[in-house]
Design a protein around this ligand. Structure first.
Ligand code: PGA
Length: 246
């Protein structure tokens, strides 16, 4: 199974979001791509509308973040229970934009992943190095530490996904080479297996960072890649669908 996850980030008003979801649901219903799990993570405002628009198509819905707490005085936040209540099955946690702009730490992300698991959501736990770590030859060490601190050690591999997203590749048009992706996915698989004491083959790892229709097929064929997390190219139905069917 390859996971094709669209992260709309802070994009999409009602009409365009509905048009995009509707076009993808039509493709999904008529083409039923084999071996593909398609997940859309729209902004929170669109989740219920989108869940209704894709209902019955096989497309899954996810959130872009959740709070670690069950409920309470956390203005502006959204809980895992709320996402579950709106028919979500996935939630992205620890995206580098949350780590950077909201100061989220790996320890907080681990708690968010725990909240997601409690509410039967599959957390997509994001890790990835900045250019400075890569240039200093410290990318593997950095990512390994993020994996150790962000993935709940008692989680079963069937219950979560790790997304490897080198920060320098996000929205930049630069992608990691397939050799680098394969090496990093191998290292992440070993790190999760050791940390969660589970078989490495069972760990699902997707790649993200400037995935486009013209590089998706090569990336999806790369050793150890179980799917892609797509930002910019998920905002246009035909380009996202090309990735789904790559
Ligand atoms: P991008 O974003 O595809 O626009 O590079 C990926 C992501 O941030 O998840």
């Amino acid at each position: 199974m390859q996971y094709i996850i669209g992260n709309w980030k802070m994009n999409g008003l009602r009409d365009e979001g509905l048009a995009l979801a509707g076009a993808l649901a039509t493709h999904m219903t008529s083409e039923k791509p084999e071996g593909r799990e398609v997940v859309l993570c729209p902004p929170a405002t669109l989740i219920p509308l989108l869940a209704a628009a894709v209902f019955g198509s096989g497309i899954r819905t996810g959130g872009q973040d959740c709070h670690a707490a069950e409920k309470g005085a956390y203005t502006g936040d959204i809980s895992a229970a709320m996402l579950q209540d709106m028919a979500c099955e996935y939630v992205i946690v620890g995206h580098s934009e949350r780590r950077e702009h909201h100061g989220e730490t790996s320890e907080q992300i681990c708690e968010k992943a725990r909240a997601a698991l409690k509410h039967k959501l599959t957390p997509v736990v994001c890790v990835g190095e900045a250019l400075a770590e890569r240039e200093a030859g410290k990318a593997e060490e950095w990512v390994k530490e993020q994996v150790r601190a962000s993935v709940p050690p008692d989680a079963a591999p069937a219950d979560f996904i790790v997304a490897y997203e080198p920060i320098w590749a996000i929205g930049s048009g630069k992608t990691a080479t397939t050799e680098d992706i394969a090496a990093m996915h191998r290292m992440i698989r070993e790190a999760v297996a050791a940390h969660c004491t589970c078989p490495g083959e069972a760990v699902r790892i997707v790649y993200g960072g400037s995935v486009k229709p013209d590089n998706a097929s090569e990336i999806l064929k790369t050793q150890g890649v179980d799917g892609v997390l797509v930002g910019g190219a998920s905002l246009e139905a035909e380009s996202f669908w090309e990735i789904v069917t790559s």
